[in-house]
Design a protein around this ligand. Sequence first.
Ligand SMILES: C[S@@+](CC[C@H](N)C(=O)[O-])C[C@H]1O[C@@H](n2cnc3c(N)ncnc32)[C@H](O)[C@@H]1O
Length: 275
Amino acid sequence: MTQSPNHPISQSPILTYAPTTFSQGRMDFAWEELSEAERAQLYADWEAGRGLIGGHPRHRPGADRLSVWGLNRPFFRVYALDDPRCDNGPRFRAALASDLPLEIEVGYGRGDFLLDRAVRHPQRLFIGYEVKTKATRLALTRVEKLGLENLWLSDDDARVSLPELIPDGRLDAVHVLFPDPWWKEQHKIKRLFAPPFVDLLAAKIRPGGFLHFKSDVEGYGELVRYLVEQHPAFGAHDPALEERIAPHVPTHREHWCQVNGKPVWAFFFPRRELR
Ligand SMILES: C[S@@+](CC[C@H](N)C(=O)[O-])C[C@H]1O[C@@H](n2cnc3c(N)ncnc32)[C@H](O)[C@@H]1O
């Protein structure tokens, strides 16, 4: 299930899929099962905050204040919820404390998938993380043009913000769509999917919720499947779960794949009830 042409946002100039510099990129992703030593190293890296995009947000100058452009808008940063110049923090906390079902997208890029979901489901709450500040500012403008009141955006690295702000078991769904595979050895540390990230997802997604993952790099999809399915809190990929996000529009990268006839691998992992 992809684009629904009859839906308002599909016809809106807000959803443009304007051409980008996307190219096919590398597809030759090789991976192996983790040894105990590699697994321990990945946990040590995570604990030390290595590989965070832009460094640890706590150490950024003015970490406890929002940029002026973000004041009194549906925007938050993990350590700036108490910025006295605006009411972003209290409003964000109130939204989180509501009993609305909550979905998160990590790395929304242009935001088409997330904006479309928020338009379709006004009775659900959505949070988007995108470390590129410029992309976040553009998406924020689109949130406001669409008059959405159920979508919050952040340019935090989700690996720091999720554990700090989101209560355990609060999430109905997490979407991670076309994340960078980070091929080079020296860049691997930035890769989102590693055992501690899967632990984090297991803690935050409620039993009965699910993780939705897509990639156009087959090997990266296999690695993610290996990491998630070996975690006791997740069940095996279940394609039937796609129903729970139907209908939906593609992300920008997925749209590019569709136009260029490139295959995409989609996975839906149920969060199990643990006894
Ligand atoms: C390859 S792009 C895909 C964008 C979009 N999902 C799509 O399919 O068009 C991956 C995005 O994830 C963002 N990203 C990577 N790591 C992230 C993290 N730890 N937290 C939040 N965003 C992240 C990147 O900045 C980038 O925009």
